[in-house]
Design a protein around this ligand. Structure first.
Ligand SMILES: O=C(CO)[C@H](O)[C@H](O)COP(=O)(O)O
Ligand SMILES: [Co+2]
Length: 214
């Protein structure tokens, strides 16, 4: 069954514990935590100290999506704060060597590693890393903001990643504009994890929203 990872970007931070408790109660599998630095993307969200607070009050698996220009510089802080999975963007990496070093570094700290690709980045860009990854995050919107519309080209990338998986073990996660309809398209294409921010947190009935994605 597909995993549902509500993005706390759309949560109410003045009532964060209440929001986290509600999604856990309604069957969310992971918490998706969007980190934005105002440089890699034109928006600023939150950093590692809030992640440490989230860790204290939730048992859910913490899926950290780093939309930052220098992931290596901050990775220790996110590891210490309790991330279970750290996903960085291939577009932020300057070389294959640095990319391989970062994958290895995160694994040495017993955390899962993912790489994310923006809508314009082809799967071929990350092909050489696929056997070493726990997850590939396909962006179905331009990273930076919640509440955007799903871009269909993500479907072909999900299928391509599924076809290429063979002996590799990575999960395929899709992020941006997910609702019951776009979520179904992604599931049918082979997605393992659906990130949904506004669709879950802005729903009048969060239970129904999460159920509709499963
Ligand atoms: O990474 C992201 C944006 O860069 C968010 O995870 C994503 O946009 C989720 O929000 P929504 O479901 O509202 O599109
Ligand atoms: Co995200």
């Amino acid at each position: 069954m597909v995993k549902v990872a509500p993005s706390v970007l759309s949560a109410n931070f003045a009532e964060l514990k209440k929001d986290l408790d509600s999604i856990q109660k309604y069957g969310a599998d992971w918490i998706h935590y969007d980190v934005m630095d105002g440089h890699f993307v034109p928006n600023i969200s939150f950093g590692y100290s809030i992640l440490a607070d989230v860790k204290k009050v939730s048992d859910l698996y913490l899926d950290v999506h780093l939309m930052i220009s220098d992931p290596k510089k901050y990775v220790d802080e996110f590891i210490k704060a309790g991330a279970d999975l750290i996903t960085f963007h291939i577009e932020a990496m300057e070389s294959e060597e640095k990319t391989r070093e970062l994958i290895e570094y995160i694994h040495q700290h017993n955390k899962h590693v993912g790489i994310s690709i923006k809508p314009a980045t082809p799967v071929s860009t990350i092909e050489k890393y696929l056997n070493d990854l726990d997850l590939v995050l396909v962006m179905s919107v331009e990273p930076g903001f919640g509440g955007q519309s799903f871009q269909d080209m993500a479907i072909a990338k999900i299928k391509e990643l599924k076809d290429k998986r063979q002996d590799a073990h990575y999960l395929i996660e899709v992020d941006g504009g997910i609702n019951d309809q776009t979520g179904k398209l992604c599931k049918d294409a082979g997605a393992d994890v659906l990130v949904a921010g506004s669709y879950v947190f802005n729903a009048d009935n969060r239970q129904a929203a999460i159920d509709s994605l499963k």
